[in-house]
Design a protein around this ligand. Sequence first.
Ligand code: UD1
Ligand code: UDP
Length: 363
Amino acid sequence: MKIFLVGGARPNFMKIAPLYRELKKKSDLIETKIIHTGQHYDYSMSKVFFEQLGLAEPDYYLNVGSASHATQTANIMMAVEKVFEQDKPDWLFVVGDVNSTIACSLTAVKMGIKVAHVEAGLRSFDMDMPEEINRILTDRISSLLLCSEPSGIKNLRAEGYDMGKIFLVGNTMIDTVAFHLADIKKNDFYKTLDLKANSYACLTLHRPSNVDNADSLLNFYNILDYAAKESEIVFPAHPRTVKNIEKFGLKEKFDSIKNLKIIEPVGYFEFMNLVVNSKFIMTDSGGIQEETTFLGIPCITLRENTERPITCDKGTNKVVGTDFNKVVSAIKWTEVFSRSYYIAPLIWDGYAAERITEIIVNY
Ligand code: UD1
Ligand code: UDP
């Protein structure tokens, strides 16, 4: 059996790394290859993860780069079609909800290649998010729907899917945290930034609704100006965000906030080292809501909704949106958040990729 794994954007690489490791253990039965679409291409958004997470060089690099949604999706489809014409897998494994996910899935099914969607069924119920469109469409055309949390099963059932192709497997992104946790803790990157353990906040922002317009960025300036008076903030800024801060002429304003350290995106070990030693996280990322829930670290989600409700049920995540007063009261909540006796979701046990491999072998 031939299986290809697709990675394109930063959060994909943590999700495919454990699958690659597990599938490789079955190399007597399965030939595994990696396709990298090139949706993300900077060293710090792509190659660093291959180096750190033990992923082999991609077998196919499509080099599509950045563009509008239609152009990027179309470019990926045209490039991956050529790969499938020469080298046709039995299964294509796609993860998450980025443009690379839907583009490769759609190309595959039309060429008779079965698709397995890892992280199926998640729903924000917000069709303004490009990711929600990608999730719904990818699920619709997948032969195997592999869910990371119970809400995924509930959503797919409500949408009328054949329950025979749905499995609750756990979370491959969390497999990666669990596998590397000792090294993440040993890394001590936070010390190189002169930060003290449990005394600073870590921030990430990249959602178009948050960073693609000047008013929203100005609102974040006000929030950060306040928050940085309470504790230091480290902000590994996504290239999209950096470009927009510059485009809207707000760089000087952000740079003027004392106690706000804006840095380049960092590697996985460095970033997770910042997370494990932080007092709290502020983010609009999907994956970081989950990583903090696994680790029992308070997370303030700067979005109006989440497609990962288990993170709120466990009590580590507060989805507060971007209203100044709501963010301020969530920062106060992090002061009283207790990490004692915290138990991570049971299904996030580090063995999702192993379960997925068993399922595909027995399919
Ligand atoms: C994409 C995903 C989003 C995911 C995020 C993870 C889609 C629709 N969006 O958003 O779901 O949460 O990745 O980080 O697939 N850029 C660079 N260097 C890079 C990559 C991007 O400079 O290596 C800049 C370019 O200016 C580009 C912009 O970032 O136009 C946005 O990149 P893109 O991949 O289109 O979307 P993301 O915002 O990264
Ligand atoms: N991450 C990283 N370096 C950074 C910021 C994030 O390694 O500077 C990791 C983070 O730990 C998580 C993943 O990137 O594993 C999340 O990616 P992102 O927030 O870009 O995407 P999303 O999850 O929102 O789709």
